[in-house]
Design a protein around this ligand. Structure first.
Ligand SMILES: N[C@@H](CCC(=O)N[C@@H](CS)C(=O)NCC(=O)O)C(=O)O
Length: 203
């Protein structure tokens, strides 16, 4: 499998999951501005949507959209601890969470990266984002990870919360989230994924 990624973007989530599951994969960097890839291609020929992450299977199929990729990966490893079995209520709960992270935190914070959006408009996005963070902070009061034990939703949440410093938002305002970030960051898979991304050459 090949994971097309850009450092410290949402592709970190499937990258962490690949390492947690100990699946063999090749990491291929994408320049998100030029769309050039480290293996000499135009990334838009791989993912016509033009954004990371993209997972290319050994058989050639391309899978995009972070929540779909990480669920696919977990389903490759029978008895894995990252996702409950398909068709169970617990799996539906995981999908509820992945959708929340995708729509409310990932997409909800993306406008804050946009230099063309005026500060007054960004304040509206920040206000909504803070309410979502309040909710997650409450959720983590009684448990270490979103569904009890570390799983897919935690890899994804960690990835998108890593962006908070770029928006000058201090996670310390949400103490449970701050502890969560430290816990996840200490995982060997997470350390290895971040180090591997940093070690790649710019394209
Ligand atoms: N809905 C997609 C969003 C992916 C996405 O937002 N990718 C960003 C990085 S976090 C990107 O590559 N943006 C570059 C672009 O859109 O040109 C998913 O969940 O995978």
């Amino acid at each position: 499998m090949k994971l097309y990624f850009a450092p410290m973007t949402c592709s970190l989530s499937p990258h962490i999951v690949l390492r947690e599951l100990e699946l063999p994969f090749e990491l291929i960097r994408v320049n998100n501005k030029t769309k050039a890839t480290a293996d000499g291609r135009d990334f838009r020929d791989i993912n016509p949507k033009g954004y990371v992450a993209a997972l290319v299977l050994d058989e050639g199929q391309v899978l995009t959209e972070g929540p779909a990729i990480i669920q696919y990966l977990a389903d490759q490893v029978e008895g894995n601890s990252l996702a409950p079995a398909n068709g169970t209520w617990e799996r539906t709960r995981l999908q509820e969470l992945l959708n929340f992270i995708s729509a409310e935190i990932h997409a909800g914070s993306a406008p804050l990266f946009n230099a063309d959006i005026p500060e007054a408009t960004k304040a509206i996005f920040r206000h909504t984002l803070f309410k979502r963070l309040d909710y997650l902070n409450r959720e983590l009061m009684q448990k270490d990870y979103l569904l009890g034990a570390f799983g897919l939703a935690d890899a994804y949440l960690f990835t998108v919360l890593k962006w908070l410093p770029f928006f000058n938002i201090d996670v310390k305002h949400w103490p449970e989230l701050a502890s969560f970030m430290k816990r996840v960051e200490a995982r060997p898979s997470v350390k290895a994924a971040i180090a591997a991304e940093e070690a790649t050459q710019a394209v």
